[in-house]
Design a protein around this ligand. Structure first.
Ligand code: PBG
Length: 334
C-alpha cells in the first residue's frame, strides 16, 4: 500500500473531545497518586511552607484530617515524613516507638486500617543533627554499613507502628537486603519494601529541606547519583531487584523521564516516580506569577510520568488532582 500524501491525517483523531478521550494512550487515575505528608512534633497548629505554597507541616490532628480527605478523594496511598523535636548524631528518634514518625504511623493505621496504603520514608536525614541520610564515620563521611544497621531497626519499628510499605530513600548500598532481612526475622514478611532505586543528588529537593527543617551542610553526592548518569540507574535497579525490592522508584521525576522510561521497560516490579518539592514549587510559583496555567501544567506534568511508564506517582497535588479527576468523571468531562 502506498500512502497518498494528504490522505494520512493524524489530526482526524483529534477532532472532538470524545474522540481524543477514546484514543488517549495514558490516563491518570486517583489510585495512581500517592500523597507525601509531613508531620512535625513541636507544632500545635499546621505550619505552611513558604517554599511550597499550599503544603503544610502537620500536627498529628491535622495529619489525620488531611489523610482522611486524601483517602476520601481516592488517592492510592500516603507517604509520611516525620520531623522530630530532637535531632542527634545517630537519628535516634527514627526507630524510637515514641518518635513522631512512628506515632503518626500508628495513628493513621489505627484510624484507616487497610482502607489505604500507609507508607513511611525510611531514611535518617530528618532525624540526624548533621542532616545526612546515614550515620557518620570518624572522618565525617557517611558510613554505609553502620547506616544499614540503623535502617534495619527503622524498618522494624515502622512495620511495628503500622506501615504497609517502607520507602527506602537513603541510597546506601545493600539497604534493601538489610531491611528485608530484618523485617522477615521479626515476622513482617508482608511489609512491602519500596526502593528509591535511582535517586539523584538534585537541586530539585530544595524546598523539601525547609519541609523537614534539614540541618544539612554540604551535599549528598557521595551517596545519591550524579545527574549525568543514566546507565548507573540500571545497575541500581538490578541490585535492588536482586535484594528483593517489591517496588522501585525514580526520583526526581521531570528531569529524569528518560531514566524512568528505561526503568519502566526493564522492571518486572511496579515502577513509581516522585514529583519532588522543587518540581511542585516551579509550577506553583510560575502559575502565581501568571506565566502558566496552573491546573493544565499540573495535569500535563503528571500525564508525562504515566506516558514515560510510571505506575504511580508521588505528588504533593495528589488530593487536589484526585478530587478533580473524580468530579470530571462524574461530569463526563474526562
Ligand atoms: C530523604 C528524602 C528526600 C526527599 C524525599 N526523601 C530529600 C533528599 O534526599 O535530600 C525529597 C522529596 C522532595 O524533594 O519532595 N529522606
Amino acid at each position: 500500500m502506498t500512502l497518498v500524501p494528504g490522505t494520512v491525517r493524524p489530526r482526524r483523531l483529534r477532532t472532538t473531545p470524545a474522540l481524543r478521550r477514546l484514543v488517549s494512550e495514558s490516563r491518570l487515575h486517583p489510585a495512581d497518586l500517592i500523597l507525601p505528608m509531613f508531620v512535625k512534633e513541636t507544632l500545635s497548629e499546621p505550619a505552611p511552607l513558604t517554599s511550597m505554597p499550599g503544603v503544610v507541616q502537620h500536627t498529628l490532628d491535622s495529619l489525620l484530617e488531611a489523610a482522611n480527605e486524601a483517602v476520601d478523594a481516592g488517592v492510592g496511598g500516603l507517604m509520611l515524613f516525620g520531623i522530630p523535636e530532637h535531632k542527634d548524631n545517630d537519628g535516634s528518634q527514627a526507630d524510637d516507638p515514641e518518635g513522631i514518625l512512628n506515632r503518626a504511623l500508628t495513628l493513621l493505621r489505627d484510624n484507616l486500617g487497610d482502607t489505604t496504603v500507609i507508607m513511611a520514608d525510611l531514611c535518617l536525614d530528618e532525624f540526624t543533627s548533621h542532616g545526612h541520610c546515614g550515620v557518620l564515620d570518624s572522618a565525617g563521611g557517611v558510613d554505609n554499613d553502620a547506616t544499614l544497621t540503623r535502617y534495619a531497626s527503622m524498618a522494624v519499628s515502622q512495620a511495628r507502628a503500622g506501615a504497609h510499605v517502607v520507602g527506602l530513600s537513603g541510597m546506601m548500598d545493600g539497604q534493601v537486603a538489610a531491611c528485608r532481612e530484618a523485617l522477615d526475622l521479626e515476622g513482617f514478611t508482608d511489609v512491602v519494601v519500596m526502593a528509591y532505586s535511582a535517586k539523584y543528588a538534585s537541586a530539585f529537593f530544595g524546598p523539601f529541606r525547609e519541609a523537614v527543617d534539614s540541618e544539612l551542610q554540604g551535599d549528598r553526592k557521595t551517596y545519591q547519583q550524579d545527574p549525568a548518569n543514566g546507565r548507573e540507574a540500571m545497575r541500581e535497579l538490578d541490585l535492588d531487584l536482586a535484594e528483593g525490592a517489591d517496588i522501585v522508584m525514580v526520583k526526581p521525576g521531570m528531569p529524569y523521564l528518560d531514566v524512568l522510561a528505561e526503568v519502566a521497560c526493564e522492571s518486572p516490579v511496579p515502577v513509581w516516580a516522585y514529583q519532588v518539592s522543587g518540581e511542585y514549587a516551579m509550577i506553583e510559583f510560575a502559575a502565581s506569577a501568571g506565566a502558566i496555567d496552573r491546573e493544565r501544567a499540573i495535569e500535563e506534568s503528571l500525564i508525562a510520568f504515566k506516558r514515560a511508564g510510571a505506575d504511580a506517582i508521588l505528588t504533593y497535588w495528589a488530593t487536589e488532582v484526585a478530587q478533580r479527576l473524580t468530579s470530571q468523571t462524574q461530569d463526563g468531562a474526562l
